[in-house]
Design a protein around this ligand. Sequence first.
Ligand code: F6R
Length: 612
Amino acid sequence: MCGIVGAIGERNMTPILLEGLRRLEYRGYDSAGIVTLDQRDNQLHRVRTVGKVQTLAERLQQEPARGSLGLAHTRWATHGEPSERNAHPHLSNNSIAVVHNGIIENYQELKTKLTAAGYQFVSDTDTEVVAHLTDQHLRQNGGDLLAAVRQTAAQLTGAYSLGVMCRDDPDRLIAARAGSPLVLGIGIEEHFIASDVFALVPVTQSFVFLEEGDIAEVQRERFTIYDRDGNAVERPLSYAGQMGGTAGKSGYRHFMLKEIFEQPTVVAETLEGRVHQGRLLEDSFGPEAGPLFDQVQGVHIVACGTSYHAGLVARYWLENLGIPCTVEVASEYRYRRSVTPPNTLFVTISQSGETADTLAALRAAKERGYLTTLAICNVAESSLVRESALTLLTRAGREIGVASTKAFTTQLVALRLLALLLGRCHGLSESDETALARDLELLPKALERALALHEAIERMAESFAEKHHALFLGRGPQYPIAMEGALKLKEISYIHAEAYPAGELKHGPLALVDADMPVVCVLPKDGLLEKVLSNLQEVRARGGELFLFADSEVDTHLSGVSTHVLSLGAVPESIAPIVFTVPLQLLAYHVAILKGTDVDQPRNLAKSVTVE
Ligand code: F6R
């Protein structure tokens, strides 16, 4: 996933392009670049740097590039390592400049032909073929940039959005969309393009979203959009204010998407001041927690919905460290007689801290002889926090999307901290604690890598839109993650989804598997991997289509048209449940978009369930 921005007007566009890139950095930041056409010398000025947009901004101080026409790009590498040579914009003959988001699947074949025609390639990217092809068509068609881009686009296969400009054509910018998002920003005597509205909010509130196959000719005073057949078409104008409060959504289409993308930040905030240089700070749970934690011999977790799933993951973590743990939904716990073993810590988990069943469970627990009560909660002022003896606040910020996302991953972080602190009292060595705490510090980056799968998952979602059922599989601590993935899909896309521990399939659910039942599975590199792979072979043998999210070090030994694998990079086992949650959230989101449901406020649900 990459971000692109382009601008044409009268003023110097460099600061606008840079600000746009900063706002698109969530899409990738291994390198960045800008090209401008400076009217003073009629030359393209290109500056590229490895690393974040800030590095590019600093380089531009020494090596200014200015112009009223320009393109910029922030990259997340697909073809070719992150390097200056591979950073966009890519040029052809110092005359054509291209920025690209997506993947050109047939670039190798095009490269061979262009090389034979005398073009020299200086990068390892798929994008460079677009620059040379455009140049080739431009020379052949007598200098019509729009026609050249149209001819080029017709030869490309894959998913992409493009911004193209030409040194010899200072009055236009061409934008093309086929599979990756692109929006036009409408100004007064100036126009813009970007991968996302958010990039352009500082300069305009009026937007036109390009549709699949559209090519736009963008000039200072006007723009014209052509559909895939070359017909000039009108696309509706959208205003930032009408997009349901763009300010609140920061330019994202839905709060849920915004909240999914906030996870690296809020996870880092939840860790802040609680883990330092590989050590956990005991005071995170309050000054009185330490002596109480020393006495804990077992944990009883009670919660609802997504928060319950977080508790189920914690059971694997706690018991792995030798701490007995049971987990239960609050609506069951509150009405049954339960047995409280000595020195048991009662833990509630809740985003809102107002869920009626969870609160009632806490009140019941206080009569049942627990050592003490701990709330893991996102709202400091909530009833749950006020009524619990100990608290660990998640710092997810306000969660507005009804389907919980960032609250869940921050709950998992909080539970991981709890497990390690209790583990310390149960013989976890200092070196093991340090290694596990360091894993936690890797989380924000690992989550960003998972988010970079956004567009690939958007394409994957198409396979689900017409389905009525889906199966989610996982083993060990990934089983609750599969449950959470199934819940997300159910609640926002209304597709019936079930989660199973992969080993349980053969005991019945395998009967459901056929070509109409997509099977989703998370595959971290852990001790259960080979077992899960065998379970997946059983699915394949029954004609099931597999959608796998795997650690990059996992060789699935599975291939073929009915197997789709996306890699999340190398993820340490101890944090894998947190990271592998993200692609399942994105999958549910994109399926819901395709189904046209109300993503942020799915039918029949409410954000905070304060009734029984
Ligand atoms: C699902 C979801 C719900 C909540 C549940 C508990 O996406 O959001 O299942 O997790 O209603 O709510 P809290 O965490 O506020 O107690």
